[in-house]
Design a protein around this ligand. Structure first.
Ligand code: ADP
Ligand code: MG
Length: 624
């Protein structure tokens, strides 16, 4: 145990030192954000007290929760005071001396060098407290935790060390005293503080007061929970400011939806569609979700149960009177009220997206490009809303221009005479998809094919068997229906004349293919591989194999194009030549899929033999 009656000096964790150095020396161009960060911490501390007081009401005491700004011109200090939960000695060391959060490292990595942008990142990465040092050359924190006797005084100049000692403070809460730098004395001015609170913190659900050394305190904000205010009273700017307050995002949201519901279910929801993806959108272990309040009391951040995973990009909050105040994450799981709220929220989000697609097409595409690959998971995850989700999805296709994306409804409208299915092709990239031999027959027929290039698409099409009564079908699969749709009239005749070739090919390729057959889908390329009618798609097999999963060893069907010279050459080819041609047809079909050859050297050998053979054949002719 250390002696808490004397001053103890401690070193900041290395990362904190780096961060502080950065704050002080480079992030001053947008330095006013320190106030937003400190007010936000004070507000969090009050939320925490309210929450703790659910079980220990005696902690609350008589005075209402509030945040007070106290400028003192003669001392050159600005104090931000709250009567929230406060911190114990250990908490002070933990919270104001180390950065345990993984966000810090990412923050340091994501700095762009653009001061304005970088300073806005500070809050988002949960390193807000240290922004105090942008305007202060010394920061003192006096704090007393609500349920602890001892009060603590923390102080630092932001240069590698901080001191800790016992403090005299009898009321709970925290005072952050900023000894303002000479060039930051503007933050002692009333008008400056008033304007900053209005800009950044008007929506904080607590009174924020300005208390001068003399006179009555002045209220600086509305002081009531933002979402409880009537919609008619709120302007776009208000919604945007509140969004920034709860997310620390510096970008304005793309859209929002604010609803008050009264009836069998009672809740208020305020849901936002961000413009940017969070840095950890793809991190599966990352907690996400909207905030949960019960009767205005903050209960938890990122309540994952309130929205399905495919809507994890939605930010905002839900405030309900239908859950008990002591609700825990365990209670949320499988709770019927929560289930009802969740399905209502899903509808709200889908409505919001419908509306965005209808009224602001460009913004919708922005949304799609940022979150589309996540949203698509809804087709897999949310059977009840599958059609609605699918209707909102956007796809590249063979008819669309380079980067144009279209809907399934538009696809159906464009369907060719006699076409009964929605065709798609999955590939690793759009370029690979557009060049795939599988498309040739469909192109010739004038059938549009959707080009799906996200990894998730393989699972999406596995779950979306049909849309608007139209089955979805892969152009790279050996389905009877597909073949009969694109078949040419002389197919039977051709098949007859290639009977021996097909049999010989099968003999040469052996176990590498399930079978060989004449293709209906090829018009330019000599060969391609297709997946058998049932079983996994070739690309899905590949994805699974690459991620180390055991995949049943299914074999592809090799299709050959009867009108291609390489293939007709097979009809007269001698034994050795035939084997080399077979190797070539199989090998290039594998390569066209973007896959890897099992035996590249055998392929190269056959290729060289064929090229040299052709050269030898031609050589005498040149002499003659
Ligand atoms: P964040 O708010 O994202 O957690 P900060 O750097 O702003 O990160 O604050 C670090 C931590 O310090 C907070 O999580 C909180 O535990 C503690 N803290 C800061 N200010 C206060 C305060 N006024 N009252 C109680 N705890 C505080
Ligand atoms: Mg903070």
């Amino acid at each position: 145990m250390s002696d808490t009656s004397t001053v103890e000096t401690r070193e900041f964790q290395t990362e904190v030192r780096q961060l502080l150095h950065l704050m002080i020396h480079s992030l001053y161009s947008n330095r006013e954000i320190f106030l937003r960060e400190l007010v936000s911490n004070a507000s969090d501390a009050c939320d925490k007290l309210r929450f703790t007081a659910i079980d220990q009401p005696e902690l609350l005491g008589a005075d209402a929760l509030a945040i007070t700004l106290m400028p003192d011109a003669s001392a050159g200090t600005l104090t931000i005071k709250d009567n929230g939960i406060g911190m114990s000695r250990d908490e002070v060391i933990e919270n104001l001396g180390t950065i345990a959060r993984s966000g810090t490292k990412r923050f340091m990595e994501s700095l762009s060098g653009d001061q304005k942008k970088d300073s806005q990142l500070i809050g988002q990465f949960g390193v807000g407290f240290y922004s105090a040092f942008i305007v202060a050359d010394r920061v003192t924190v006096l704090t007393k935790r609500a349920d602890v006797e001892e009060a603590v005084r923390w102080e630092s100049t932001g240069e590698g060390e901080f001191t800790l000692e016992r403090a005299f403070k009898t009321d709970r809460g925290t005072e952050v005293i900023l000894h303002l730098r000479d060039d930051a004395k503007e933050y002692l001015e009333d008008y400056r503080l008033r304007a900053l609170i209005q800009r950044y913190s008007d929506h904080v659900g607590l009174p924020i007061r300005l208390q001068k050394t003399e006179g009555e305190p002045e209220m600086l904000n509305q002081g009531r929970a933002f979402w409880t205010r009537p919609k008619a009273e709120l302007k776009d700017e208000d919604y945007q400011a509140f969004y920034k307050h709860i997310t620390h995002d510096f970008e304005t949201p793309l859209a929002w939806a604010h609803h008050k519901v009264e009836g069998t279910l009672e809740y208020t929801s305020l849901l936002y569609l961000p413009q940017r993806a969070p840095f950890d959108l793809w991190d599966r272990d990352q907690a996400r979700g909207v905030q949960l309040y019960v009767k205005r009391v903050f209960i938890m951040d990122k309540a994952a149960e309130l929205l399905p995973a495919y809507l994890r990009f939605v930010r905002g909050l839900v405030d309900t009177a239908d859950l008990p105040l002591n609700v825990s994450r365990e209670i949320l799981q499988g709770n019927r009220t929560v289930d009802k709220i969740r399905s209502a929220l899903v509808k709200r989000v889908l409505d919001m997206l419908d509306d965005l697609a209808k009224t602001r097409g460009e913004d919708f595409i922005k949304f799609w490009e940022t979150f589309g690959a996540v949203f698509k998971e809804g087709i897999i995850e949310d059977a009840g809303n599958r059609e609605r989700v699918a209707r909102l999805c956007r796809f590249a296709s063979t008819t669309a221009q380079a980067n144009e994306l279209g809907t399934l409804d538009a696809y159906i409208e464009r369907m060719a005479e006699g076409q009964s299915k929605i065709y798609y092709l999955t590939a690793d990239s759009l370029a690979a998809a557009r060049n795939s031999p599988h498309l040739e027959g469909f192109r010739a027929k004038g059938y549009e094919v959707l080009l799906l290039t996200d990894r998730i698409d393989e699972w999406v099409v596995a779950h979306l068997n049909e849309y608007q009564g139209k089955p979805l079908e892969s152009v790279a699969r050996a389905s009877k229906d597909v073949e009969s749709e694109i078949e040419t009239p002389d197919k039977i005749q051709l098949e007859e004349s290639f009977k021996t070739v097909v049999e010989r090919l099968q003999g040469v390729l052996g176990a590498r293919v399930e079978s060989v057959r004449l293709s209906s889908r090829l018009t330019e390329s000599p060969s391609c591989l297709v997946a058998s009618e049932h079983g996994l798609s070739r690309r899905l097999e590949d994805i699974l194999r690459r991620s180390g999963e055991a995949v049943p060893d299914s074999k592809p069907i090799l299709e050959i194009n009867g009108s291609h010279p390489l293939v007709t050459r097979l009809q007269q080819a001698a034994e050795g030549d035939f084997a080399d041609l077979a190797e070539l047809l199989y090998g290039q079909a594998v390569l066209a899929e973007g896959a890897q050859l099992d035996d590249p050297s055998a392929f190269v050998k056959s290729l060289n033999a064929l090229v040299l053979g052709a050269a030898a054949e031609q050589a005498p002719r040149i002499i003659v």
